[in-house]
Structures are given as structure tokens and as C-alpha cells.
Design a protein around this ligand. Structure first.
Ligand code: ASP
Ligand code: MG
Length: 412
């Protein structure tokens, strides 16, 4: 039998009614002849509540117990989904991660899946079970402890199962009906895309388009799992949602597929550091050790052997970055006159695989921002992405103007 993976996020299983609605969709696929693996999230809000209880009980908690507690939300929905399917006369059974088993590393709260042996579930399919309902987000370590995969990790569970079982497709049911050219809350011209390439989705996912856990897209790309993002609140159809797939399958010849943004960025400038071999290592080594996620970097042209070094990082890491730099200065590893933090910047990015073959994307982007009177503070580019830092107060305007400039209202 062909296998289909269907993943239901928290809002799609938020109460018994919605679980019934999701189960009906599963029933439709079973009737088509699929063996279905259903991956469920916790009911919406549940994981936050569990995390809150952990923090209240023990601020410096033991990560093993954190995982034991926060993984439990998924166990409830898995059992309820299996019961609901049974009530509809669909042969179903629930599985917690350790029962499958979903083998992971022992990095608690951010474990990675290492292996999913399919034998146990396949044996049940062979006996006539039609649906295996698996608790997402969780697994088991070599030490036999429960692990979790990081927030949003059920997406990754779903893709990993699709790869392990050679599923025809992995459908991710959520509360949006697909992947958009930009955030519809910012531009009312945002369009849903029918298809998007893995690489593009990866950039959009890590840039803050929170539809899929980044790790799940990486996995899907590696194992060529066809991923579909669709809403569990709309009519079921084979063309619904957005297909995340291989580049070759995306036929549209557009230079830009989406405009992403990240609101809470900061720009830090080390004024007048010595321009000598090893200076970048002396700055960015300590920042990385302090857990600062540096994104863009610019080094200015040196004058009299001194230069300015600018980098960006999430705004809530500014204090950590300042401390790391002060400590390095005290230790005599670096020397600078001043450290200036601009905490009111946002990052805007244009993303598209078409940039590889079409020139002029950067020029259009800069001209568009300039026509709006928006000053660009930092620029960074990659093969399929151009990002700029601008004043946060212009973020919405920039997204709207760029969406217009690249005619994304015509995208599909
Ligand atoms: N319930 C977990 C979370 O809220 C995992 C998931 O839903 O993907 O992060
Ligand atoms: Mg999610």
C-alpha cells in the first residue's frame, strides 16, 4: 500500500471537534487506499502551559525532566485521535515516540532524529491497521530517556516519517492555507504560492516565515520528501495549499518568490578596532561562545591601521554581545574606542531561486527603497537572497514597496 504522512498542528487538534474534523480528512485518504501515518502536535497552547509549569517549578531545570513533561501534550492528542478514528470504524493505533521507536540524540530539548526503524508500524499495517497515529515532537535517546526536538518539532517528526516510510507525500495541516509571497498581515496583496523550492522555503523559514520548522525543510530537501502545507479549515482537494518541492518542479520563472522580514534585529558597531590579522577571529570567536547569533557582518576600509566592524544580531542578544566584547577588551584580546548598539532596526529580505539566472534584482531592491526614502544600513547577499537592515519604523513600508516592485501580486 502507498503510504501518506499527514501532520496536524496544534490549532488543527485544539479541541475534540477539530480532532473529529481532522480524523474525517484522514478517513478520506484511507478510503483512497493509503496506509496513513498521522503525526499530531499537542492541542494549541498546551506546550506553552507545560513549559510554564517547568519554569515555575525549577528555573534551572533538568532538561531530561523538561522533556518528560513537555512531550506529554502530544501523547494526549495521539490517543484521542486514535480513539476518534476507531469511532469512525477506521482501524487505528497510537504510538508514542519511544514505542516506534524514534531514536534521537540525547541533546535534550533540541534532539535530532537519528533513525526510525519502520518494522513495528509496518507489522501492524500488515495486520490490517490503516492508521498509525504518532505523537510528534518526541523521541527516545540511547540512554532510554524521552527527548524532544525543539519547538515546532512535530513538522520534523512528520518529514522524518515520510522519509523512513518512503511516503508518497507529507501533508502538513495548519491554520494557514499555504506559503505566501509575504506576510498577509503586512501586505494585503500577498499571494499564496502553488509551489516553492526547498531552498527558498529554507530561507523563508529561517527568516521568520513561521510555517514550518527550519529543520523539517532541511530534512525534506535532503531526502526529497514532497511537502505540502495546507489548511485544515478549508475544503479538501488535491491542489490545495503550497507544495514545497525540488527546484526543477517549480516552473515559474520569477526572480523573487517572497519578501521576508525579521522585526527584532540590532546593529552593533565596534568603532576603531586595530586592523590586523586575526581581528575578526578575536571578535567573532567570543561572540559565538557567548551564544550570540551573528548574521550580517561588514568591515570598513581601514584608515591609519584602524577600522570599524559592524554586525547584526537579534535584539535580545545585545546585552550578551556587549558583555562578550567588554570581557575581550578587558582581557586585552581586542581594543576599540566605542561599541554602538542600534536596537531599532529590522531586516528585510528578497528570496528567490530565479536570482541565480536573472540579474538586476539587487538594483531593483535598492532603487525601490531609495524611492521610498528608506536608508539602507547594512547589505548582505547570498545566491538566492538579498537582505538589508533598515530602521524598524519603515519595515512595513519596505515590505509593501518591494512586494509591488517585484510584482508579487501576480505570483502563483
Ligand atoms: N507542541 C510542540 C510545540 O508547540 C511541537 C509542535 O507542535 O510542533 O512546539
Ligand atoms: Mg508548528
Amino acid at each position: 500500500m502507498p503510504v501518506l504522512v499527514m501532520k496536524f498542528g496544534g490549532t488543527s487538534v485544539a479541541n475534540l471537534d477539530r480532532i473529529r474534523r481532522a480524523a474525517k480528512r484522514v478517513g478520506v485518504e484511507v478510503a483512497k487506499g493509503y496506509d496513513v501515518i498521522v503525526i499530531v502536535s499537542a492541542m494549541s497552547g498546551k506546550t506553552n502551559e507545560l513549559v510554564g509549569w517547568v519554569n515555575e517549578t525549577s528555573p534551572l531545570y533538568d532538561a531530561r525532566e523538561y522533556d518528560a513533561i513537555v512531550s506529554s501534550g502530544e501523547n494526549v492528542t495521539a490517543g484521542l485521535m486514535a480513539l476518534t478514528l476507531q469511532e469512525m470504524d477506521v482501524p487505528a493505533r497510537s504510538w508514542q515516540g519511544w514505542q516506534v521507536p524514534v531514536k534521537t540524540t540525547s541533546a535534550h530539548a533540541s534532539a535530532r532524529i537519528e533513525d526510525i526503524p519502520p518494522e513495528n508500524i509496518n507489522a501492524k499495517f500488515a495486520e490490517g491497521m490503516k492508521v498509525a497515529v504518532v505523537a510528534g515532537f518526541q523521541g527516545v535517546s540511547d540512554e532510554g530517556r524521552i527527548t524532544t526536538l525543539g519547538r515546532g518539532g512535530s513538522d520534523t517528526t512528520a518529514v522524518a516519517f515520510a522519509a523512513a516510510f518512503g511516503a508518497e507525500r507529507c501533508d502538513i495541516y495548519t491554520d494557514v492555507d499555504g506559503v505566501y509571497t509575504t506576510d498577509p498581515r503586512i501586505s494585503d496583496k500577498a499571494r499564496k504560492l502553488d509551489k516553492i523550492a526547498f531552498e527558498e522555503m529554507l530561507e523563508l523559514a529561517s527568516l521568520g516565515a513561521k510555517v514550518l520548522q527550519t529543520r523539517s525543510v532541511e530534512l525534506a530537501m535532503r531526502y526529497k520528501v514532497k511537502l505540502r502545507v495546507l489548511s485544515s479549515f478549508e475544503e479538501q482537494s488535491d491542489e490545495a495549499g503550497t507544495l514545497v518541492c525540488d527546484e526543477e518542479e517549480v516552473m515559474e520563472n520569477r526572480p523573487v518568490s517572497g519578501i521576508a522580514y525579521s522585526r527584532d534585529e540590532a546593529k552593533m558597531t565596534l568603532v576603531s578596532v586595530a586592523d590586523r590579522p586575526g581581528i575578526a577571529a578575536a571578535i567573532f570567536g567570543p561572540l559565538s561562545e557567548a551564544g550570540v547569533n551573528v548574521d550580517m557582518i561588514i568591515q570598513n576600509i581601514a584608515e591609519d591601521g584602524r577600522t570599524d566592524m559592524t554586525f547584526s544580531c537579534p535584539v535580545d542578544q545585545v546585552a550578551r554581545a556587549e558583555k562578550a566584547m567588554e570581557d575581550a577588551k578587558t582581557a586585552g584580546d581586542i581594543n576599540y574606542h566605542d561599541l554602538i548598539a542600534d536596537k531599532d532596526v529590522a531586516k528585510i529580505s528578497a528570496v528567490g531561486i530565479g536570482m541565480r539566472s536573472q540579474s538586476g534584482v539587487a538594483a531593483t531592491m535598492f532603487k525601490t527603497l531609495s524611492d521610498e526614502g528608506i536608508n539602507i544600513k547594512v547589505i548582505a547577499t547570498s545566491e538566492i537572497k538579498i537582505s538589508v537592515l533598515i530602521d524598524r519604523k519603515y519595515m512595513e513600508l519596505a515590505v509593501q514597496a518591494l512586494h509591488d516592485a517585484f510584482e508579487l501580486e501576480k505570483a502563483r
